[in-house]
Design a protein around this ligand. Structure first.
Ligand code: ARG
Length: 560
């Protein structure tokens, strides 16, 4: 039940509309005053009365009932108190009925949303820098689905470009089939690094690489076979990490998929008079919009990253008829997205406004940055493994007798990495720290998971209450109830702003409030009626925490 709506609909305030009143209703700074407050200052002009008088009039006219029983005017605010027992019963009944669907909605019914995320590069390491796009994108995917949208997850593979010529050249010079088969992506990366080192001494290597790339484009059998082999290797290794992170895609159409889809786009640009020649290249001039030109074709006729993205956007619109198309890509590419969105807008496509760059900040490790070219790389798989090992050590120390420790450590370790990447506003740069993400008392997923295990154990001992009454609601209980009731609106907000961190923060808040309740109020030893109510509160908390973590891609062990 939306109490804000309930109150707004019953307020009498002259000509002021119900929706406007709804928007104005706020949470008072302390709960002693009320559960909702209407500040009347903004109404003074329209109603030609002082805020204090308006507040008093509204309070006098409000028809109190069993749901909103106390209404008072204080210093230009009207404070409303909701019948707490009613609120508690409503909330808990709903959660226990909806269970793993609690918080879901059909808001997005009939709306398709393309989400371009993770988008790895073939034959390049899958490193810590890919963590955010992968887990942010995956969480947005789950969230859209939960709120009734039809998400389409797209891995826009980086499977096109001169680097593949370099790789073939390096492989033919210094690589062996066995070496690559054993060493996988890391061995490929070593070849790539070696190529750059040697090409500094002998620049003719670059010509050789260009020739090999041309061979791929001309469908030379050997070169294409090598390229496909590199691609296969990459997808196999990356697939392992996706499996650990529970990340999925509906489409793997990468850059090379658009090879034959760019020409019509270039023709359209030309027909609309948007193309200009500049030093032999074909560009769209964006000076008027304060941006450097968007290069469409290089002077040798080759297409670029932006050309492929424009073709991809058209293809997605045609194939999926999306409501929105999101690109979860680091802020370093801000200009790229602004440019090609603008080009599509200039082409007269109204859907250009539905393209959204969901930009995020950098992740680095405590011990400094990395560079693919120089070979200093932190593999995502290694970070996950290390976190799992550390989690196992902590769990073993805390609870040596625990069964199934390996499996639990995996859920905890992987969860810690994901949560670490999702806890802050996405645009912030973050420094990843193993100790921080695995701090069981911190603002972490293991803290939330531990709280779930605690709730589970209470329920195991006390049994799930089949029926319960609510008589009084103490402040600790009420804090939990309010937080629980807030979940659906937090999800809406997270979707609207593309911020899974709202869900992560919500989960920590709820866990903290539940733990305060758990330590202050006795559950199992309370008298019968209170006990049943508190057990139900515990169950509702567990359901909601699980749903919240699930939307981030994090599992919840029964025991820890
Ligand atoms: N592969 C690119 C990179 O690693 C990211 C691709 C993002 N998606 C897109 N449609 N441009 O930088």
């Amino acid at each position: 039940m939306d109490f804000k709506r309930y109150i707004a609909d019953r307020i009498e305030a002259g000509d002021i509309g119900k929706d406007e009143l709804y928007e104005m209703l706020a949470l008072p700074p302390n709960t002693e005053m009320g559960d909702f407050a209407l500040p009347c200052f903004r109404l003074a002009k329209a109603m030609r009365k002082s805020p204090a008088v308006i507040a008093q009039d509204i309070a006098n006219a409000y028809a109190r009932d069993s749901i909103v029983s106390e209404v008072s005017a204080v210093n230009g605010y009207v404070n409303f108190k909701i019948n707490r027992a009613f609120w508690a019963k409503q909330t808990l009944d709903r959660i226990c009925a909806e269970k793993d669907r609690y918080g879901s909605s059909s808001d997005g019914a009939g709306k398709r949303v393309c989400i371009d995320y993770s988008s790895v590069n073939i034959a390049k390491p899958f490193h810590i820098g890919h963590l955010s796009t992968t887990v942010l994108g995956s969480s947005l995917y789950k969230l859209h689905k939960f709120l009734g949208y039809e998400p389409i997850g797209i891995n826009h593979l980086g499977d096109y470009g001169t680097q593949f010529g370099k790789l073939i050249s390096a492989y033919k010079r210094w690589g062996t089939r066995e070496g690559i088969e054993q060493g996988g992506l890391r061995a490929l990366n070593e070849l790539y690094v070696r190529f750059h080192a040697e090409a500094e001494k002998d620049p003719t290597l670059n010509d050789e690489a260009r020739a090999f790339f041309k061979k791929i484009e001309d469908k030379d059998e050997e070169s294409v076979a090598l390229f496909n082999w590199f691609k296969e290797l990459t997808l196999k290794e990356v697939g392992k990490v996706y499996e650990m992170l529970d990340v999925h895609f509906d489409s793997w159409a990468g850059e090379s998929f658009y090879n034959d889809k760019m020409e019509p786009i270039v023709e359209m640009l030309r027909a609309k008079g948007l193309l200009k020649e500049s030093d032999g290249a074909q560009i769209v001039d964006l000076e008027e919009y304060g941006m450097p030109p968007c290069i469409i074709l290089r002077s040798d006729g080759a297409s670029l990253y932006a050309t492929r993205d424009i073709a991809a956007a058209f293809y997605r619109k045609k194939t999926y008829d999306f409501y929105k198309c999101l690109y979860v890509v680091a802020y370093q590419q801000n200009l790229h997205f602004k440019q090609f969105f603008k080009v599509i807008e200039l082409m007269g496509e109204l859907w250009a406004k539905d393209l959204v760059h969901v930009a995020y900040g950098m992740v680095s490790l405590e011990d400094g940055a990395m560079s693919t070219r120089k070979g200093k790389v932190v593999y995502l798989e290694d970070v996950l493994q290390k976190c799992i090992e550390k989690a196992l050590a902590i769990i073993t120390e805390k609870n040596p007798a625990l069964e199934n420790k390996e499996q639990i450590a995996k859920t905890v370790g992987v969860g810690a990495v994901i949560f670490g990447a999702l806890y802050n506003n996405k645009i912030k740069d973050i420094t990843f720290s193993y100790d921080k993400v695995l701090n069981f008392d911190g603002e972490t997923s293991c803290y939330v998971q531990y709280t779930c295990a605690r709730a589970n154990s209470v329920l195991e001992k006390g049994g799930r209450a089949s029926a319960y009454e609510v008589k009084d609601v103490c402040p600790q209980e009420f804090e939990v109830i309010k937080q629980l009731a807030d979940f659906p609106s937090v999800l809406k907000d997270a979707l609207e702003k593309y911020e899974p961190c709202f869900i992560a923060r919500y989960a920590v808040d709820l866990a903290q409030k539940f733990n305060k309740f758990y330590f202050d109020c006795s559950i199992l030893n309370a008298e019968e009626a209170t006990r049943a109510f508190r057990l139900t509160l515990t169950e509702a908390t567990l359901i909601t925490l699980k749903n919240a973590l699930g939307l981030l891609g994090i599992g919840v062990p029964e025991k820890m």
